[in-house]
Design a protein around this ligand. Structure first.
Ligand SMILES: [Zn+2]
Length: 319
């Protein structure tokens, strides 16, 4: 948008002392759901009740009902279409790992900061203790927290990439998600890499961590400001859902903002807004299409074009 494609930069500031990178893990840990690269329904991943361990990414049968058109879809066919309904183009929620596999060149992902895990600064408890919830979410999703970050290649262009996963406590941003993304942004700045963050976060800031989660909004934003000053290219990809503190911080700050078709993107949910201001909201409010029309989203990119569009944008911006 406002980006100058070839902003000059001083190369002397680009090099990062190598010791700051030592903590990174060169390979991603084996994630158990990988072998079953299957489509997960929105109903499973957006459920509020995360207390019961649920099998995620594991096919329950050969067929699956599409939440978009209610058609019964052959699961294999939807998988081949990267988790998109062949009848109505509905984009199923997919895991962060599946997203990485879809967007990066095969076998090029090196995960960063894989071992970070949340503390429980408030001794928080709702239906269950936060510390217990973290452990059960880790078992259920195969993730340490709601974000995967690292480096990899997109059509042979090296990028820094982060993905948030709406299955892990609604993809909410606690201290681990904020820290992982901040380190990602800082390394992208130091190594002069294009930065891609694909958001799938219905939860916004993670209230289980109170003020610590809110601070992540400022932290990621400040890191992005430095990235921007250094002339970096940040492509933010909004997927269903991107809400709350995630939408209100890094996800909205892309030089280019892509969105998947019909994704829910906003701050407070439509029901909350309607209950607060007591007027009828415009049709399609908070969808990608509405936000494109109103200038917030730059382009709607179907899932099977995402890799191509990112590569093309990197080239176009001279990165
Ligand atoms: Zn459908």
């Amino acid at each position: 948008m406002k980006k100058t494609p070839s902003s000059p930069k001083s190369k002397s500031t680009q090099k990062l002392p190598t010791n700051t990178l030592e903590a990174t893990s060169p390979t991603s840990p084996p994630v158990e759901e990988m072998s079953m690269a299957s489509v997960t329904s929105d109903i499973e991943t957006q459920s509020e009740d995360t207390s019961k361990p649920k099998k995620r990414g594991v096919p329950e049968g050969l067929w699956q009902r599409c939440p978009g058109c209610q058609a019964v879809i052959f699961r294999k066919q939807a998988e081949q279409l990267l988790g998109v309904c062949p009848e109505c183009d509905y984009h199923w929620t997919i895991s962060a790992k599946q997203r990485i596999d879809q967007v990066l060149d095969t076998g090029t992902f090196e995960e960063w900061d894989a071992d970070l895990t949340s503390l429980d600064p408030l001794n928080f408890k709702d239906k269950k203790a936060y510390a217990e919830r973290i452990i059960s979410e880790q078992k259920r999703t195969g993730l340490r927290d709601a974000a995967l970050t690292g480096a990899g290649m997109i059509r042979a262009r090296r990028v820094a990439i982060g993905v948030t996963d709406s299955a892990f406590i609604m993809g909410s941003m606690g201290s681990v998600v904020g820290e992982k993304l901040t380190r990602l942004i800082e390394r992208a700045t130091a190594q002069d890499l294009p930065l891609i963050i694909i958001s799938g976060s219905g939860g916004g800031a993670r209230m289980h961590e109170g003020i610590y989660s809110l601070m992540q909004m400022a932290k990621t934003t400040a890191a992005l400001a430095k990235f921007h000053e250094a002339g970096g290219l940040f492509i933010s990809v909004l997927t269903n859902p991107t809400m709350g503190g995630v939408a209100a911080s890094f996800a909205s700050l892309g030089d280019l903002i892509f969105a998947e078709p019909q994704a829910l993107v906003g701050f407070a949910g439509p029901r909350t807004i309607k209950a607060t201001i007591r007027i009828d909201l415009p049709e399609g409010f908070q969808t990608s299409e509405f936000l494109l029309e109103h200038g917030f989203v730059d382009r709607i990119v179907p899932r099977n074009k995402l890799k191509l569009e990112i590569a093309r944008s990197i080239d176009y911006c001279g990165k």
